[in-house]
Design a protein around this ligand. Structure first.
Ligand SMILES: [Ca+2]
Length: 473
């Protein structure tokens, strides 16, 4: 036998003996070992092995530990188990950590989903707001364009208004110059006529005309003057017969009354302007009069109206005393009627003038009444207020003059030159009973139009005139 075979046999013997000892220590080992042990208990305690070991020639010294080193390395030791357990524990911890992370990530995913949803909502909302903003911008831009167009129109209109205003002022200046020229020409013509009479006169002394009004008024009616050599008189002048004492009863006269004046008419509930029967205190016969309720709170009694030249005002004393004309047209209420009205209580006077451009101005006097016929119906006026200019105050305290009753301060008869009855001085700044001339500025030898010197001068005849009275408030 080789040395190696001897060594292997020795090791087997050692192992066999070891197994015998461990079997004798009791059933503490594994079940397989017990099963073997049980089998051994039944069999004889002696083990027998037969090994066939190839011969190996030992050439060097024998190392006892050389054959056992490989099985020790492959054996799983407790240290290895502990290491594995430690690794396992570590991996479990990592797994727990990873689970936590996964849970956290899940929450984050949910939050992310919610945030995305909110983001989508916000986006749609922002888009909606953007569209609204765009719409507003477009609308404002359109408005701005319209505003700019309006501003342009306003600017154009303003420029046009300024241009027209300039033209208007220029026309006013031209009219003023022409009115002054007409005045001067009329004066010159009158002087030349007088001179002719003196030089080539036939020794027949003509009555001297009254001095002409030479007022170039501050207030000029807005009208381009129309010159004419024709005196336009009322139809039928001067042969029209008096229609006195009064015109026939009008169809539209109120059947109620009579009233003491038009204020009482209005207070009785008749608020419509028109013809009413009046019977001033102390009089016997009622008289028709026009009640004007559309001016200054109403209750005004018209005493005179001019509007179309349809009535001749060149009349005698009796006619002016009783009144004439149509109550709903041109008329004179009558000096006696005016006197009877005025003595009832305190009245005020309103004179309304309209020029040929339709502009209306007025002159109001704080009190008004006439003295009786024995005083030739002397005029009594209060203080002036208005925008027509005060042309009537110079007639205050003057008696009434007609063609056949000369009560004026002039050497001749003012009614003769001015062609109408009036409270003349010598002769005065106004006569509203003159000739109704069409067109405003007129040319005449005398100032015989319906003139109000402070509004238009002596050679501007008004288009329409109204004189009315009302009790003082
Ligand atoms: Ca006289």
């Amino acid at each position: 036998m080789s040395p190696h075979a001897w060594i292997f046999c020795a090791l087997l013997c050692v192992l066999t003996c070891e197994r015998s000892r461990s079997a004798s220590r009791g059933p503490v080992q594994s079940r397989k070992r017990r099963f073997v042990d049980d089998a051994d208990d039944e069999a004889p305690k002696k083990c027998s092995y037969t090994f066939l070991v190839p011969e190996q020639k030992i050439t060097g010294p024998i190392c006892a530990s050389q054959g056992l080193s490989l099985p020790d390395k492959e054996r799983v030791t407790q240290t290895d188990v502990a290491d594995v357990r430690e690794i396992l524990t570590k991996q479990r911890r990592e797994m727990d950590t990873l689970r936590l992370i996964v849970d956290v990530d899940g929450n984050m995913v949910n939050e992310m989903k919610l945030l995305r949803k909110e983001s989508r909502n916000m986006n749609s909302r922002v888009t909606q707001l953007y569209m609204q903003l765009l719409h507003e911008i477009i609308r404002k831009r359109d408005n701005s364009l319209e505003l700019a167009q309006l501003e342009g129109r306003i600017l154009n209109s303003t420029a046009e208004a300024l241009r027209l205003s300039g033209l208007y002022r220029e026309l006013e200046l031209r009219f003023s110059a022409l009115a002054a020229l007409v005045n001067n020409q009329s004066l010159l013509i009158a002087a030349l006529e007088d001179r002719c009479l003196q030089v080539y006169g036939n020794h027949r002394r003509e009555p001297l005309p009254p001095p002409l009004v030479q007022v170039v008024p501050e207030n000029i009616p807005v009208y381009v003057p129309r010159f004419s050599n024709e005196i336009q008189r009322s139809p039928g002048w001067p042969v029209q017969e008096d229609r006195s004492p009064r015109p026939t009863h009008q169809a539209n006269v109120s059947l109620e009354g009579p009233f003491r004046d038009c204020l009482q008419v209005m207070q009785a509930g008749h608020g419509t302007s028109g013809t009413y029967l009046l019977k001033p205190d102390g009089t016997e016969k009622p008289v028709e009069a026009w009640c004007e309720h559309d001016v200054d709170r109403g209750g005004w009694t018209l005493i005179q109206r001019r509007k179309d030249g349809s009535v001749n005002f060149f009349r005698n004393w009796d006619s002016y005393k009783k009144g004439f004309g149509s109550v709903d047209g041109e008329h004179w209420l009558g000096l006696e009627n005016i006197y009877n009205l005025g003595k009832q209580e305190d009245y005020k006077l309103l004179v309304e003038l309209e020029d040929w451009m339709g502009k209306k101005v007025y002159a109001a006097y704080s009190s008004f009444h006439l003295e009786p016929e024995s005083q030739s119906y002397r005029l009594r006026l209060g203080t002036y207020q208005g925008n027509a200019g005060d042309s009537l105050t110079s007639h205050n305290g003057k008696q009434f003059t007609t063609l056949d009753h000369d009560n004026d301060a002039f050497s001749g008869n003012c009614a003769h030159f001015h062609k109408g009855g009036w409270w003349y001085n010598a002769c005065g700044q106004t006569n509203l009973n003159g000739v109704w001339y069409s067109g405003g500025v007129y040319r005449s030898r005398f100032q015989d139009g319906i003139f109000w010197a402070d509004y238009g001068g002596g050679f501007y005849s008004m288009k329409s005139v109204r004189m009315m009275i009302r009790p003082i408030d």
